[in-house]
Write a protein that binds this ligand. Structure first.
Ligand code: HEM
Length: 256
């Protein structure tokens, strides 16, 4: 409501009328809505873990897909125009941590689910479960890959940049694994919205992945060119005659 033209008293009355209308609406339909929600919860109590595991699986996939896409935007330099690199890197790492946390709960809930009960051993051992073992097994392997990728963030200094990078490439495999697992094991794959989400995320990752490779190849072929890659930002500085330092200026730092 835009009350900019009204005087303060009229505006207050306006807001009071809105509050009264909301309260009346709530009193008229709130109890019935609550009763209905309670009834639904009661009738679906048995299936609540199943709904929860599906929702958490989808949220986990979303976080993992988000982390991979954000990481590719970061490494191709596309994000540099709009976000600070340190903030982007933290977000990239946090998203994969959320993905892992959600996936752990997504899997653990299967132990209390009655429709397809999993034992702790079946949860831990890939391809050993009772429900679509191949596709769920791919999800289990994905979980372990995500643990490795996330763990590598914390030991980055100790293992060195080269080994960290090699481990980090596993995140592409984790994305593919999570997507294939969700697509083939998931009930919600039947919903067009979910299928579109998998397809759009897959297309974005594929495009950025190819773009990243093209940048890396181009950087190797033209080492003097300015390319938007994170690894070695090369800037060609045209040679200029050194200007004499102004009187009293401190000595210039040594060139690195
Ligand atoms: C990072 C790891 C994982 C991710 C991102 C993930 C994600 C997903 C997604 C998106 C779905 C589809 C949900 C739906 O459409 O209804 C799903 C389904 C499923 N996941 Fe996972 N998952 C992961 C790991 C696991 C693990 C370790 C298990 C353990 C056994 C597991 C068991 C299942 C099962 C049984 C389903 C079928 C549920 C249904 O009928 O919808 N997942 N998962």
């Amino acid at each position: 409501m835009n009350g900019r033209g009204l005087d303060p008293r009229a505006r207050r009355i306006g807001w009071m009328l809105v509050a009264v209308a909301i309260a009346a609406l709530y009193l008229a339909s709130g109890p019935a809505a609550l009763e209905r929600a309670g009834g639904w919860l009661e009738s679906e109590r048995e299936r609540l873990p199943w709904y929860a595991t599906r929702l958490l699986g989808l949220l986990s996939w979303l976080a993992i897909a988000g982390s991979v896409i954000w990481g590719l935007l970061l490494s191709t330099g596309i994000l540099d125009a709009i976000a600070h690199r340190a903030v982007s890197f933290t977000l990239h790492q946090d998203l994969s941590a959320y993905g892992l946390g959600l996936a752990l709960v997504h899997a653990a809930i299967l132990m209390i689910d009655r429709s397809v009960p999993y034992s702790p051993l079946e949860l831990l051992v890939p391809f050993a479960g009772p429900y679509r073992p191949i596709w769920v097994g791919i999800g289990q392997v994905t979980l372990y890959l995500t643990i490795v990728v996330l763990g590598s963030f914390y030991v980055r200094k100790r293992i060195g940049q080269k080994r960290w990078r090699t481990l980090h490439y596993l995140s592409f495999l984790a994305f593919v694994g999570a997507t294939v697992h969700g697509l083939m094991a998931g009930t919600d794959t039947a919903a067009p919205l979910i299928r579109w989400a998998y397809a759009i995320a897959g297309a974005i990752v594929a495009f950025l992945f190819v773009y990243r490779i093209v940048l890396a190849v181009a950087a190797r072929a033209f080492p003097q060119a300015t390319l938007p890659t994170t690894r070695t930002p090369r800037t060609v500085v045209p040679a200029q005659p050194a200007a004499p330092p102004p009187a009293g200026a401190p000595p210039a730092p040594p060139a690195s």
